[in-house]
Design a protein around this ligand. Sequence first.
Ligand code: NAD
Length: 320
Amino acid sequence: MAGLGHWGKNLVRNFDELADLRRLCDLAPELREAFARRYPNARMCDDFGELLEDADVDAIVIATPVPTHYVLAKQALEAGKHVFVEKPPAMRGEEMEELVAIAEDRDLTLMPGHLLLYHPGVRTMKELVDSGALGDVLCVYGNRQNLGIIRKDENALWSLGVHDLSVILYLLGEEPSEAWAHGNSFLTPGVEDVVFCYLRFPSGKIAHMHLSWLDPHKMRKITVVGRDKMVVFDDMELERKVTVYEKGPWQPAQTYGEWQTRTGDIYSPKIPNDEPLRLECEHFLSLVRGDGDRSRVARDGAAVVRALEQLQSSLAAVAA
Ligand SMILES: NC(=O)c1ccc[n+]([C@@H]2O[C@H](COP(=O)([O-])OP(=O)(O)OC[C@H]3O[C@@H](n4cnc5c(N)ncnc54)[C@H](O)[C@@H]3O)[C@@H](O)[C@H]2O)c1
């Protein structure tokens, strides 16, 4: 496991409980000391190369800063290790394709850390979409806003948008044919802190994302509008994570083609309380063991990077 920072510590806790945690690696001496006390059975190092050389290490988890992901993941795959790498595994579509190809070539798992895909609330939304309960899905939009954390080496699109994008692609099961982003860097030059995105899909569905760390609202919300029903996943809610609205447009025969609106029940299905990160770690370990489709997670991750890259190039073109 490499990268023992804010997020890495959560991964360490889970993998220590679920697997044989052999080695921990970080550049920061104070983190190595703290983790050595807490996880005495794991060997500590500051050199990623030591993980690669250890024949007893089957899989490597990477939770280092985003710009390092591609290089470290590539080294790990080339050393024959299964890889779980925090999102996004690469900052360019071409680099991601290369990682996917190495993993497929060697039959290794390359799993990007798309945490929300393991959220029981998102899974419930997916069931509602796939079962046809919402009717035809028309549009999806995500709100991911908060005042802070203000990052310097990733913009709001890459830091926040990656979550919504992974969910939008998962729910719709298609890749965008058009992707536009507009935003601005109000605080750190060149790092957009407010970004609005528009996506259009081959089926005609459309999506929007509002991503910002300059906002009075703390929002973690995804809304799916179907022709028959609408559903909202709100991760800020403690109990009502998913709300289904039996609302929609309809054309009564007597109104001769005029649209009217219909409102019915509003209800919240019960969502299991399982920790998404635990489910995500368990899924990675099951893929490492050979259960399930290894290449699927890598290919889905590549679709997210491709869409991010499309949005980023539109953002850069508008800013230029
Ligand atoms: N899935 C999620 O919800 C979620 C949430 C937060 C962060 N993340 C992701 O987790 C990753 C880490 O974020 P963070 O907030 O923990 O960052 P952080 O800066 O707190 O931690 C990164 C750690 O990596 C270490 N590091 C850097 N280069 C290294 C190398 N070559 N070898 C070993 N260690 C190295 C640093 O010393 C640091 O301790 C990022 O990719 C971020 O996008 C994911």
